[in-house]
Write a protein that binds this ligand. Structure first.
Ligand SMILES: [Zn+2]
Length: 318
């Protein structure tokens, strides 16, 4: 009996020892797992326990990983740029820029110049836009249409900006029905601007830009004809190489417009920025001060388009 009790006691002691040992093993195992997890980061250069071979293998492995990460980032960026440029290319592919290349391939126009342009005005917001431009001592260009606010055309001119022609009706179906229809509409807006301001301007912008494909639905090949035709008639047409994105919808968020305007082309120091002066686009007015400040910080000099400004033309798609 006594012997039996002793055995039981002994085995109780052993169990305790086993539990303690097991606990230690578990703790060690858990620590190891934690160590492995923490050291998963690809920075191993100072790990002294690695032999030279191990070290170089690991470095190689990690630099491969880094390369893959870098490649993935580049791919994502490229994709992003491609997406943007595809969208841009769809609507306004630029073929002529104001930045002719020199013999060594560098951009000739060293000076950074920006032309802010406002389409589809005048609107009830025109006075606000003019005030902001004055505040920053910036001159811009307004491609106008016939609106209920034609009286503001005079303010645009009086405050030193360029007034330019966009369209009388801005109705694609009408203006792109035929060459004749286009020129009739152009003459109407030219006469309206002349009546309101006394200015007979030769600076124009096609509704939808020279690259628009909407005109295809109304008259095949019309853009190829009138982009040449207007020049022969002494007009100078301007597209754009930066889009504020305010044409993508009504009241596009302010930050989106600001970010969009920062996407300037690499091939030219001269940029023509497309914006709108029209109802339901008040976010353009809200974003304008920051947009101007950003361009100033980027070193751009503001200018209004004149007859002498080298044109920015999109690729004609119809
Ligand atoms: Zn327009």
């Amino acid at each position: 009996m006594e012997q039996k009790i002793k055995t039981v006691n002994l085995s109780k002691d052993n169990s305790k020892k086993i539990i303690i040992l097991l606990s230690i093993v578990i703790v060690i195992l858990l620590s190891s797992v934690a160590f492995v997890l923490i050291n998963k980061k690809p920075v191993q250069k100072t790990n002294a326990t690695l032999t030279q071979t191990q070290s170089s293998t690991r470095t190689e492995k990690y630099s491969k990983a880094d390369k893959i990460t870098a490649a993935a980032t580049t791919m994502a960026t490229t994709l992003n740029i491609q997406q943007i440029s595809q969208q841009e290319a769809m609507r306004h592919q630029v073929t002529t820029t104001t930045a002719p290349k020199t013999d060594d391939g560098t951009v000739k126009d060293k000076e950074k110049t920006i032309y802010l342009t406002f389409d589809d005005g005048p609107s009830s917001y025109t006075p606000e836009i003019l005030d902001i431009l004055d505040k920053y001592n910036v001159k811009a260009t307004f491609f106008v249409i016939n609106t209920n606010y034609n009286k503001y055309m005079k303010n645009i001119v009086d405050r030193g900006h360029t007034i330019a022609l966009h369209s009388y009706t801005h109705d694609y179906k009408k203006i792109y029905a035929s060459e004749d229809a286009y020129y009739k509409d152009l003459q109407l807006i030219s006469d309206t601007v002349y009546k309101e301001t006394g200015v007979r301007t030769k600076i124009i912008r096609f509704p939808g830009g020279g690259s628009n494909t909407i005109s295809r639905n109304h008259c095949k090949g019309i853009m190829s004809k009138i982009t040449k035709g207007v020049e022969e008639k002494g007009y100078h047409y301007f597209d754009w190489n930066v889009s504020s994105g305010d044409a993508d919808g009504n009241n596009v968020p302010v930050q989106k417009l600001i970010d969009q305007c920062k996407k300037v082309p690499k091939y030219s120091n001269t940029i023509v920025v497309l914006m709108h002066d029209t109802k339901a686009k008040h976010t353009t007015v809200d974003a304008l001060p920051t947009i101007i400040e950003n361009y100033k910080a980027m070193g751009y000099k503001f200018s209004a388009i004149t007859d002498k400004t080298p044109p920015v033309h999109h690729k004609v798609n119809n």
